[in-house]
Design a protein around this ligand. Structure first.
Ligand SMILES: NC(=O)c1ccc[n+]([C@@H]2O[C@H](COP(=O)([O-])OP(=O)(O)OC[C@H]3O[C@@H](n4cnc5c(N)ncnc54)[C@H](O)[C@@H]3O)[C@@H](O)[C@H]2O)c1
Length: 269
């Protein structure tokens, strides 16, 4: 408890799934959490959950692909000269489609939601992150949710895999850049395996429909997806939130440019 006391955090895509778990974990540990999502109602529900547990949270409607929305968010921080201690880029979209069926507009949409969003967040909120870096010895912390798909290939999701690999490398690039300019802002990426969220449910439905696992039975697909991980199970969103909490906390003061796989052993083979 209280590993983030006095810190201000912001999470994108905080309305459900992994983002909701991250926001609630950071709130439980004492951070004031800005819960942002394209789905305002979902973000408000997360804020209510944090408040009910005795934490403090705010909501902000943010489509991560919308530069003007990022500008409005940044202005909120600038007008109060507010610091941002923890920035979690979590919002993302999966796209399970073979290359032959991906239109250029689809490809660009995936890059926009998954990669440009990380550029926009770091770019627009940099002054607020710098203020935090100047104040705290352990530095500000940016945590980018990539995927095992950013480390190894997987069939029929080349746009998604490419976007997540870009997030991994952008994280390392910014980690080195911020260190070189002595900003005291750490940047790390997190690489989940398959996590039991609405996004995975949709992917599994698509795999059942296309018989990608040799069956149309959703329960059987789920079993086979779990079996892809050496630990033979799916992750719970809290498993990912625990890793983010470590990277966000002062315990990770010497950790930057790292990639944290939380994948039941998937990438260890
Ligand atoms: N679920 C998995 O198995 C898995 C595995 C590896 C990585 N990830 C990554 O974890 C992150 C979260 O995944 P999830 O499974 O919780 O997804 P999810 O689809 O269940 O939830 C995503 C949240 O992001 C929000 N969102 C979507 N587009 C947005 C936009 N343009 N602007 C702002 N908010 C937007 C949605 O409203 C939703 O609340 C994603 O980046 C995903 O790629 C998920």
């Amino acid at each position: 408890m209280n590993r983030l006391d006095g810190k201000v955090a912001l999470v994108t895509g905080a309305g459900q799934g992994i983002g909701e778990a991250i926001a609630k974990t950071l709130g439980r540990e004492g951070a004031l959490v800005w819960c942002t999502d394209i789905d305002e109602q979902a973000a408000e529900a997360t804020v209510a959950g944090i408040a009910n547990a005795g934490g403090e949270a705010r909501t902000f409607a943010l489509d991560v692909t919308d530069e003007s929305a990022w500008n409005a968010l940044a202005e909120t921080f600038e007008s109060g000269s507010l610091s941002l201690d923890v920035l979690v880029h979590n919002a993302g979209m999966e796209w399970v489609v073979p290359l032959a069926d991906i239109e250029l507009s689809d490809w660009r949409r995936v890059m926009s939601v998954n990669v440009e969003s990380v550029y926009l967040g770091c770019r627009k909120l940099l002054p607020a992150l710098k203020r935090s870096g100047a104040r705290h010895e352990a530095g500000a912390s940016v945590v980018n949710i990539s995927s095992i798909a950013g480390m190894v290939g997987y069939p029929d999701q080349s746009a998604y895999n490419t976007s997540k690999a870009a997030v991994r490398h952008l994280s390392k690039s910014l980690a080195i850049e911020f260190a070189a300019h002595e900003m005291n802002i750490r940047v790390n990426s997190v690489h989940p395996g398959c996590v039991d969220t609405p996004m995975l449910q949709e992917a599994m439905e698509a795999w059942a429909e296309t018989e990608a696992f040799g069956t149309r039975d959703l329960a059987e697909v789920r079993k086979q997806v779990a079996a892809l991980h050496p630990l033979n199970k799916l992750a719970h969103p809290d498993d990912i939130a625990s890793g983010v909490l470590y990277l966000a906390s002062d315990e990770a003061r010497f950790v930057t440019g790292a990639e944290l796989a939380i994948d039941g052993g998937w990438t260890a083979r």
